[in-house]
Write a protein that binds this ligand. Sequence first.
Ligand SMILES: *[C@@H]1O[C@H](CO)[C@@H](O)[C@H](O)[C@H]1NC(C)=O
Ligand SMILES: *[C@@H]1O[C@H](CO)[C@@H](O)[C@H](O)[C@H]1NC(C)=O
Ligand SMILES: *[C@@H]1O[C@H](CO)[C@@H](O)[C@H](O)[C@H]1NC(C)=O
Ligand SMILES: *[C@@H]1O[C@H](CO)[C@@H](O)[C@H](O)[C@H]1NC(C)=O
Ligand SMILES: *[C@@H]1O[C@H](CO)[C@@H](O)[C@H](O)[C@H]1NC(C)=O
Length: 640
Amino acid sequence: MTPFFKLTLSASAATLFALTQAAPAYPPPRQVDACSILGGLNATDVTYQYVVNCYNAIPFDSKQAGTTLSTMLTIFKDFYVFTDSALSPTATRPFSVDPVDIIGELEKIGRTMYTSDYKFHTDISNAVTSLRDAHTDYFIDCYRAYSFAQKLSLYAPVVDGKQANSAKRNYDDCTVNTINGLDALTYVKNYARDVTDRSHDPNARLNFLLTTQGFNEEKGVFVDKEGDFSWRVTVPEAAYVDYQIQCPHLTQPVDLREEWLVFPQNDITFEDIDSYVTNVCLPSAETTPPHVENSVQLLFKPYPQIIKRAEPEPEPETVTPGHQYPGAEQFLAGNATVFYHLKDRPDTGVVVCHTSEIGDEERDVVVKGLKALNDCNVTNIIVDLQSNIGGYAGFAAFLADIFFPSSLPLPADLPSDIRVTKAIQQISAQGYNPSTAGFYDAYLYVNLNNGTGTERYQNNDLFEHPVTITRNGRTNLWTEKTLYYFEPVPPNYNAAVSSFTWSDKVSNIRLLTDGLCGSACAISAYCFTRRHNVTPYFIGGIHGEDLSMFSFAGAAMIGLSAVQSWYKQSNMTSPMADLPYRSVVSYSWLEMYGEGRTLPLEYDAELYSPTYRLDYTPTNARSRKALWNEVAAASWNQGV
Ligand SMILES: *[C@@H]1O[C@H](CO)[C@@H](O)[C@H](O)[C@H]1NC(C)=O
Ligand SMILES: *[C@@H]1O[C@H](CO)[C@@H](O)[C@H](O)[C@H]1NC(C)=O
Ligand SMILES: *[C@@H]1O[C@H](CO)[C@@H](O)[C@H](O)[C@H]1NC(C)=O
Ligand SMILES: *[C@@H]1O[C@H](CO)[C@@H](O)[C@H](O)[C@H]1NC(C)=O
Ligand SMILES: *[C@@H]1O[C@H](CO)[C@@H](O)[C@H](O)[C@H]1NC(C)=O
């Protein structure tokens, strides 16, 4: 059975015990409640139970809850683009999702009697999570003030023990038999099925739970990156995880009870429940002028930065940047792309794109990197998009299209539409000159029905003349199909790459992904595979089961605070009251379609299925280089 679970001490976690964070000396608390106990602790003494006790002690406030629920309902009734799609009673492979009636779920919360504020917000968060839409989040600072880490990270199958501390416990290369008494793989599969939200595909969600190799820009090398199973921003199910592991060097299995290590996510101090609510939960008293999003850019990256406090960067051994893999020379590292030449397969080059959160300046890096590979007589290219969870759509499309210069310029965006409701029509009427309508400004979109179909809207027809779409029994209004407007790629880019051996040759290009490739990265993967027919290889998941090659592909996200700022600058009353608690709430507001497709790409499961599948092995899980060689050998079967 593959994958089999093994575990190792991760380098980062291994250092956690030793670290302390200077905490201010608190005066004796005025009264002893669960939050005063928590607030009085040295940061290194905080445990799971102290945090849970304080969270549970926050009193339920029905007025605040009413405001919160009303705002969330309005988002999903009037703004969210997938409210109707989420009702779909069936999911085709590789997806597996139950229909979600998000409005019904929120209304059910509205009818529930709560005594715990924490329970109320957790229920909303769970309802939002059930959509499995990584662009749509309900993050409440009040209940994300601490993060939780396991010292053991899970791999499928394993990354070897190069960590300093591993000698102490020596659990590297051990197989995990059980987690909390259940077969380990079953436990993690269930967790992927029930708890995480990053894909409609449970196997892609499983990949998100495990440790991956992430590129450390500062060090210029790949390092182990804990997965969502061992690193939580919400409160775990219990104070510890029980593992039974079987190590090759021991005859008996070992039972481990691993407490969660707890890390404060901010420096805020508090001394009791009241001051916890005031200082941590409520918006800060000094009113910062609302941040107005004037330069709107299509951002697809769904996660706010999670701070792992009191922990230094894991020391990536003694690897010199660019010399991590003896058999792969690193030519050039930009801010999003890195270029490697495989020494043992001199005809093969690798382009790693580890983030798409990058501006147009990276285009020049890409051209420079490709030129360097061409100068080495490279003829075959592997594009490695593993673990890239998104960024900007403009760069995402460029990354794929630059390999096919004869077809440029192609639109950077896919056919798209937006919900149209009364609320959206009101704000969109504030478009143009100067616009105060943010993304609800028709000028940002291409009028596909006018002239050459490449010009922007010069009026508000997009929002004034919607079309009717019925999905899963609900009829609502949408804009006609449009494209988000991007400046066309200047022709000098085509010219710069047109003579390269692989250019326009689909047989010389391969794609490598892992299902974690999300959002803008998914647009790159879509463009490679569907627009240009590049063959994808994908890795991970459960052997023999389907796995998506990318996740949350078909939407753009916006934060509630940005939408509120557009209403404010338009001197309009938003239909959504500001949330009483400090929060990051975002939603998908624009949906895309695959070219020529009728189902929104987010739900168009067929487009997520890749061609070739690779399994993690003890070798390729330790080294991207080993993986590149596997893809190269399978693709251009002539390597050494
Ligand atoms: C916090 O704990 C560390 C380690 O035990 C200790 O060195 C430090 O003095 C403590 N800080 C406070 C404020 O008690
Ligand atoms: C990467 O980003 C840094 C900081 O923004 C910038 O100074 C540098 O020029 C960028 N590098 C490249 C290759 O674009
Ligand atoms: C590339 O091929 C050319 C022509 O065969 C040769 O002259 C040149 O030395 C090669 N360059 C490299 C870096 O191998
Ligand atoms: C269509 O294009 C023409 C010429 O570019 C422009 O004058 C007109 O306003 C456009 N109409 C719309 C609906 O954008
Ligand atoms: C909103 O009101 C302010 C102050 O009265 C005014 O300066 C501004 O132009 C108004 N904005 C719009 C979009 O009407």
